[in-house]
Write a protein that binds this ligand. Structure first.
Ligand SMILES: Nc1ncnc2c1ncn2[C@@H]1O[C@H](COP(=O)(O)OP(=O)(O)OP(=O)(O)O)[C@@H](O)[C@H]1O
Length: 249
């Protein structure tokens, strides 16, 4: 069997008396969407922050494609192929759609900002940028300034920037937040197609989307994963219904 894209073992993180991650283990396998759900305060953000390298765990490990990255920060993990999206938008509002993607690729390749003009003409950067834009349906907006885009278009552009870097895995923080019904449906369809390229660890509050998209779901309650399985099994799990889904119905 191939290595999981992401492998989390025994993560622990406490804030004073609060145990926000309590011996959490999970993996993300090639080709899947693995959703992480749980009530407010269950520890989803804390877990994602440790996986992305923004927060140091008290104990446990994170492996990316078999490599132990527990001691590395966010930038190093990103360079190794972990794409964390939708947390804070890093788009340059005054630049065009295509420029944003090209400069994203150039930045990762170590290109300096002062060579921006050269980067924007370099076919080795422009080609993958255009491919990524096509993938998210923004080819027609390539020359639009980001400030003129709709919220939904900006979200797709963020995805294009991540995609152009050819990540090994995506860690997505509420990709549907703030999108209306149409935008959510569009993004959900896009994510369903993306997972073949790189698997997705997904935190999302929209349960309809989670159950439609996920191949597996892990349920986090008080910092612990109480169940992991395919959507049907999670829906039928009595402990999950009691702890979480029951609340919503
Ligand atoms: N920096 C911090 N200092 C102290 N307590 C924290 C900190 N970050 C998180 N917590 C606590 O850890 C627990 C888990 O919080 P976390 O934000 O990870 O949950 P969540 O599942 O992401 O919640 P939500 O769905 O509301 O975003 C909560 O009790 C929270 O108050």
């Amino acid at each position: 069997m191939t290595e999981p894209a992401l492998e989390v073992r025994g993560l622990r993180k406490s804030f004073g008396a609060i145990v926000a991650s309590d011996d959490v283990s999970l993996d993300l396998r090639g080709g899947e969407v693995h959703a992480l759900i749980g009530p407010n305060g269950a520890g989803k953000s804390t877990l994602i922050a440790q996986i992305a390298g923004a927060l140091r765990p008290d104990a446990g490990s994170v492996r990316l494609a078999g490599r132990d990255v527990t001691g590395l920060g966010t930038a190093a993990r990103a360079r190794l192929g972990l794409a964390r999206t939708f947390q804070v938008s890093a788009l340059a509002m005054e630049l065009t759609v295509l420029q944003n993607v090209v400069l994203g690729v150039a930045g990762r390749a170590g290109g300096a900002w002062r060579f921006r003009g050269a980067a924007l003409r370099d076919p080795a950067l422009v080609r993958p940028a255009r491919e990524a834009l096509a993938r998210v349906g923004l080819t027609g907006e390539a020359t639009s300034v980001v400030a003129d885009l709709s919220h939904g278009q900006r979200r797709r552009l963020e995805l294009a920037v991540a995609l152009a870097l050819k990540p090994r895995c995506f860690v997505m923080d509420e990709p549907l937040a703030g999108l209306g019904a149409d935008g959510s449906a569009e993004m959900t369809a896009l994510l369903a197609g993306l997972k073949a390229q790189a698997p997705i660890l997904l935190v999302e509050h929209d349960m309809d989307a989670v159950f439609a998209l996920a191949d597996r779901i892990s349920v986090l309650v008080y910092g612990r994963i109480i169940s992991t399985g395919p959507p049907d099994a999670i829906r039928a799990d009595a402990a999950v219904r009691e702890a979480y889904l029951g609340d919503a119905s």
